[in-house]
Design a protein around this ligand. Structure first.
Ligand code: NAD
Length: 244
C-alpha cells in the first residue's frame, strides 16, 4: 500500500509540532519546515522516525519567500513524489494599535500568514491535480472571522486565509481536492508567551470551556479533517471552546 506524505509548515514547535506527531503516529511520511530552528527540527524528525518508523524530510526557510518555497519543494521532490496533504500552519502574531502599525510589520504579517499559504499551495497542487486527490488544511484564527482589536494585520491575514480557503475549495472540488481551515481560538503555545500568567487566566475566564485549547486538540482535528472524503470542503471550523 502507498505510504502517504503530509507537509506541515512551521512544525518546529507548538501546533505544527503536535500535528507532525499526530501524522507520524498514524504512519504518514512527513515534510516538516520551520524558519530558523533547523537543528531542533532535525532532532524532532529523528525522534519521529525512531518512534514510528516514518521517513521525514526537513527544511528551514521562509515560507513567505517564493525562492525558499520553490527550493523546499524541489528538494522534497527528490525524496517523495509529492504531498498528499498540505497543512499551512506557519504563522506569526503582531499586536499593537493600528495607528502605530508600520508598512513593514503589515507586510511581514501578510507575507508570513497569507502569502505563504498561496506559495505552498501553488507548489503542492500539480501533484494533487495529477492524482486527482489531496487535502489542504489551513491553520487560521477566530480573529480572521470576527477581527481583534489591536491585531488588525493578524486578523486581516487570517481573514485572507479564510476567503482563500472558501474560494479555492470551489475551484478544486471538481478535481477531488479538499480545502478547509481550522480557525483556532486561544491555544497554549509560545505564540501566547507575551501574556503574563494573570493575563492568561483572564483570557481563560472569558472562554466558556474555561481554558486554552491544547496543540494536541488542534492536531486531532486537523488529522480528522484531512482524512475526510473530499466532499467536506470549503469549511472554516472554529476550535475555540465556545469563545467566539
Ligand atoms: P508558534 O509561534 O509556537 O509556532 C510558529 C511556527 O511557525 C514555528 O515553527 C516557526 O518556525 C514557524 N514560522 C514562523 N514564521 C515562519 C516563516 N516565515 N516561514 C516558515 N515558518 C515560519 O505558534 P503556534 O501557536 O504554534 O501557531 C501555529 C499557527 O496557529 C499559526 O498560523 C497561528 O497563527 C495559528 N494560531 C495560533 C493560535 C494560538 O493561540 N496559539 C490561535 C489561532 C491561530
Amino acid at each position: 500500500m502507498k505510504q502517504h506524505t503530509a507537509m506541515i509548515t512551521g512544525a518546529s514547535r507548538g501546533i505544527g509540532a503536535a500535528i507532525a506527531k499526530k501524522f507520524a503516529a498514524e504512519g504518514w511520511n512527513l515534510v516538516l519546515t520551520c524558519l530558523h530552528s533547523k537543528e531542533k527540527l532535525e532532532t524532532q524528525a529523528l525522534e519521529l522516525h525512531a518512534a514510528y518508523g516514518i521517513t521525514c524530510f526537513t527544511f528551514a526557510g521562509d515560507m513567505g519567500s517564493k525562492r525558499d518555497v520553490q527550493d523546499c519543494f524541489r528538494r522534497m521532490e527528490e525524496r517523495f513524489e509529492g504531498v498528499d496533504v498540505l497543512i499551512n500552519n506557519a504563522g506569526i502574531s503582531h499586536a499593537g494599535l493600528f495607528t502605530e502599525l508600520s508598512l513593514e510589520d503589515w507586510e511581514q504579517v501578510m507575507r508570513t500568514n497569507s502569502t505563504s499559504v498561496f506559495l505552498c499551495t501553488r507548489q503542492a497542487l500539480p501533484y494533487m491535480l495529477k492524482q486527482k486527490s489531496g487535502s489542504i488544511v489551513n491553520i487560521s484564527s477566530v480573529w480572521g472571522c470576527v477581527g481583534a482589536s489591536c491585531e488588525t494585520a493578524y486578523s486581516a491575514s487570517k481573514g485572507a486565509v479564510n476567503a482563500l480557503t472558501m474560494a479555492l475549495a470551489k475551484e478544486l472540488a471538481p478535481s477531488g481536492i479538499a480545502v478547509n481551515a481550522i480557525a483556532c481560538g486561544a491555544i497554549d503555545t509560545d505564540m501566547n508567551a507575551c501574556f503574563t500568567e494573570e493575563e492568561k487566566a483572564d483570557i481563560a475566564e472569558e472562554i466558556p470551556a474555561g481554558r486554552f485549547g491544547t496543540p494536541d486538540e488542534v492536531a486531532g482535528l486537523v488529522f480528522a479533517v484531512a482524512c475526510q472524503p473530499s466532499y467536506l470542503t470549503g469549511q472554516i471550523m472554529r476550535l475555540d471552546g465556545g469563545w467566539i
